[in-house]
Design a protein around this ligand. Structure first.
Ligand code: TGC
Ligand code: FAD
Length: 390
């Protein structure tokens, strides 16, 4: 039997170093994620489990792995993508932990922070000893962060922040929140808000039906007073947070395929053993047609991801290309997860199998880091020269 990703013999497109790293992450997922994921999903991932996972991911060098210096591993972009793929084969929540830490919180500090800010936060974050979150979305402004209401005003040398952020991954657990706010001069700036700062709280959001193995929070800022050096000095527009999003979206281009691959593997294995009408389900033409179509989309998505990864490593990747990859691979991964669920019948709705868990997670992945509609509009603008946003 050929594995779904090997039908096209694409393994040789990876270097030995990339394959070794991917395999190490796959082992981590087998050892540390798969045995517990159904419980984490059913019960909701505890804050203690987030900390443990972060420390282990730090030991493996996965946090901020494509950044250089400050304890970061400095791998290429394709390796980062492959790591996301293996993590998301475990669960999108585990990949989210690594994406938000490395590509959003750490990247913001690494790219736009002062030397003192980098020295203070990045080594601990790379080790997983300190956790970061990234606050851009607000209750009334998700797709359109330009409308944000969170304000930062100067008071002498200090900054004072007021506002609310919503749907923030790891907010409750974070040691430091990167919070984006509009300032008196109209500029958008990033602020580093340490946990425990008076006026700052991060209540957990409950009753989620997706990304249950991930902590999601509100950030409440009520007269939060910060010293002058809390601001990220190197950016003063939406280019700041949107540049971070390019990094995390790139990881999702690969990551979503991991979830889809895990679903397809489960569906193939189930179809081979499940007997219907006195024959294995896998022997029916309709089942084989479903499996073939899914394997085809999975491999097209993988080739797309690898192509974008090679472009990124050559420093030629554009945000519009990232939008293409995120739109296609998340949309197809979700379609694959849902189709696999049909193959498993009633068993497909349980946590005994990964498929509905992945499908439910992918509903969030379709929405966060730019909804599929936002990415369609970014591509539409590239094709027509017309912006649908302004
Ligand atoms: P626009 O007026 O075009 O640009 C404003 C400024 O931003 C710059 N820019 C970018 N820079 C870097 N990368 C990009 N992709 C950029 N897109 C725009 C632009 O050059 C300009 O800079 P400057 O210095 O000249 O001012 O922006 P717009 O307001 O029209 O917005 C465009 C739009 C809608 C595409 C953008 O707002 C957008 O992407 N919205 C979606 C928001 C989003 O994705 N939020 C995600 C929040 S984080 C999250 O979901 C984490 S999930 C957890 C996990 O990852 O696991
Ligand atoms: P809205 O922007 O209100 O969109 C609602 C619908 O309208 C969508 O279908 C959208 O595509 C559509 N729409 C919007 N604009 C247009 C348009 N111009 N034309 C046509 N249709 C349009 N955010 C963070 O900042 N940090 C995080 O760590 C983070 N983690 C998250 C974790 C989870 C589990 C989830 C679910 C979300 C997270 N988010 C985070 C928030 C996420 O980025 C937003 O949910 C996302 O950007 C969409 O915003 P919204 O939910 O407000 O939807």
């Amino acid at each position: 039997m050929t594995s779904p990703l090997e039908l096209l013999s694409v393994e040789h497109l990876l270097s030995e170093e990339e394959r070794d790293l991917r395999d190490a992450v796959a082992h981590f997922v087998d050892d540390r994620v798969r045995p517990s994921i159904a419980d984490w999903y059913e019960d909701g991932l505890s804050e203690g489990a987030v900390r443990e996972l972060a420390l282990e991911a730090g030991k493996l060098g996965l946090l901020g792995m494509h950044l250089t210096g400050y304890g970061c591993a400095g791998t290429n972009a394709v390796s980062y993508g492959l790591a996301c793929m293996e993590l998301e084969a475990g669960d999108s929540g585990v990949r989210s932990l690594v994406s938000v830490q490395g590509s959003l919180a750490m990247f913001a500090i690494w790219k736009f922070g002062s030397e003192e800010q980098k020295q203070r936060w990045l080594p601990g974050m790379a080790a997983g000893e300190l956790i970061g979150c990234f606050g851009l979305t607000e209750p009334d402004f998700g797709s359109n962060p330009a409308g944000m209401r969170t304000r930062a005003r100067r008071d002498g040398d200090d900054w004072v922040l007021d506002g609310t952020k919503m749907w923030i991954t790891n907010g409750t657990v974070a040691d430091v929140a990167v919070v984006w706010a509009r300032c008196d001069d109209g500029a958008v700036r990033g602020f580093l808000v340490p946990a425990g700062t008076p006026g700052f709280s991060a209540p957990k959001i409950g009753k989620k039906l997706s990304l249950r193995a991930s902590v999601t929070s509100e950030l409440v800022l009520e007269g939060v007073r910060l010293p002058a050096d809390a601001v990220l000095p190197e950016v003063s527009s939406l280019r700041g947070p949107l540049s971070c999003l390019n990094e995390a979206r790139f990881g999702i281009v690969f990551g979503a395929l991991g979830a889809a691959r895990d679903c397809l593997a489960a569906a193939i294995s189930y179809a081979q053993t499940r007997e219907v009408f006195d024959r294995p389900l896998a022997s029916f033409q309709l089942t084989q047609a479903k499996l073939a179509d899914m394997a085809l989309e999975l491999q097209k998505g993988y080739l797309l991801a690898l192509h974008l990864g090679r472009l990124k490593d050559a420093e030629k990747l554009t945000p519009q290309q990232v939008s293409l990859g995120k739109l296609n691979n998340v949309r197809e991964a979700l379609a694959i997860a849902r189709e696999c669920r049909t193959i498993l019948g009633a068993n497909g709705i349980t946590l005994e199998y990964p498929v509905l868990r992945h499908a439910n997670n992918l509903e969030s992945v379709l929405t966060y880091e730019g909804t599929s509609e936002v990415h369609q509009l970014v591509i539409g603008q590239a094709l027509t020269g017309e912006s649908a946003f302004s």
